[in-house]
Design a protein around this ligand. Structure first.
Ligand code: NAP
Length: 263
């Protein structure tokens, strides 16, 4: 299958490591040029170099914080300056902090809305007019399996990511006439560095080892293991491609069957 991603230009947020980096790498492997965004300058530069080395594709590193509107506009401007267009937008960032309802403050709610919802809103707002002009676009919002299957102690993620699903679904309805397709993907447990740190932290608190913590999660996944970042990325790359030309407005778990909902 020719995915038709040669000569496409992608802006991938939260992409110096983990899921975002895997997606950027996957797009670059298919011939797309990628602009990757993260806050840590050295790390995002090194990730761009990794992508160039692995694929020979063009990769631009942009040091920016997606909680800041001006940073988002600069990331879009730098991408346009370097590559001349943006065909694919992947919205993504770190997750909001854990916590139960009674422990969360108004400030934490506001910060999480800014990080998780408003980053997707602002990135879309900066890119959609460009996509409308070129009559072609793909927007993919990275959310979480928690939108289908709320996860204990993740009140902010469970609540605010659902708003991103509403955003994407409504964008899909409004923007299809302009050739812009919008979908949301919901990663389940995927073995990124962050998840490794999370399991190590749980192990310390439970006075056990990380392997035991991994096993406790893997027991809940029908496939008996966590996903790999590249398994997640493969699906996103397909959705970003010419081949996904009739896929619009979906909310797709990529979770090895973890989500038990029928729809
Ligand atoms: P990760 O390994 O921590 O990577 C997050 C990436 O986003 C990093 O490149 C980070 O770099 C960047 N980032 C974080 N905050 C940012 C900001 N404000 N502005 C710009 N870039 C930012 O996380 P991950 O495991 O890939 O997960 C990605 C997203 O999927 C998260 O929201 C996570 O909660 C969600 N998710 C992950 C899983 C999983 O199992 N991995 C499951 C469900 C949902 P800097 O820190 O340098 O900015």
């Amino acid at each position: 299958m020719n995915l038709g991603l040669q000569n496409k230009i992608a802006l991938v947020a939260g992409a110096s490591k983990g899921l975002g980096k895997a997606v950027a790498l996957g797009l670059a492997r298919e011939g797309a040029s990628v602009a990757i965004v993260a806050r840590d300058h050295a790390r995002v530069e090194s990730a761009a170099q990794d992508i160039r080395d692995a694929t020979g594709a063009q990769a631009l590193a942009i040091t920016a914080d997606v909680t800041r509107r001006e940073d988002i506009q600069r990331a879009v401007d730098e991408t346009i300056k370097q590559f001349g267009a943006i065909h694919i937008l992947i919205t993504n960032a770190g997750g909001p902090p854990p916590g139960q309802f009674v422990a969360l403050t108004e400030e934490q709610w506001q910060a999480a809305v800014n990080l998780t919802l408003m980053s997707a809103v602002r990135m879309s707002a900066a890119v959609v007019p460009l996509m409308q002009k070129q009559k072609w676009g793909r927007i993919i919002h990275i959310t979480s399996a928690s939108v289908k299957h709320p996860i204990d102690n993740l009140m902010l993620s469970n609540s605010i990511r659902s708003a991103v699903i509403g955003l994407g679904k409504t964008q899909a309805t409004e923007l299809a006439k302009d050739g812009i397709l919008v979908n949301s993907v919901c990663p389940g447990w995927t073995e990124t560095e962050r998840v490794g740190e999370l399991m190590a932290d749980r192990a310390t608190r439970a006075k056990t080892d990380a392997r035991t913590q991994f096993a406790a999660i893997e027991n809940q996944i029908p496939m008996g293991r966590m996903g790999k970042p590249e398994e997640f990325a493969n699906v996103v790359v397909f959705l970003a491609s010419e081949c996904a030309s009739y896929v619009n407005g979906i909310t797709l778990p990529i979770d090895g069957g973890f989500t038990r909902t029928a729809f």
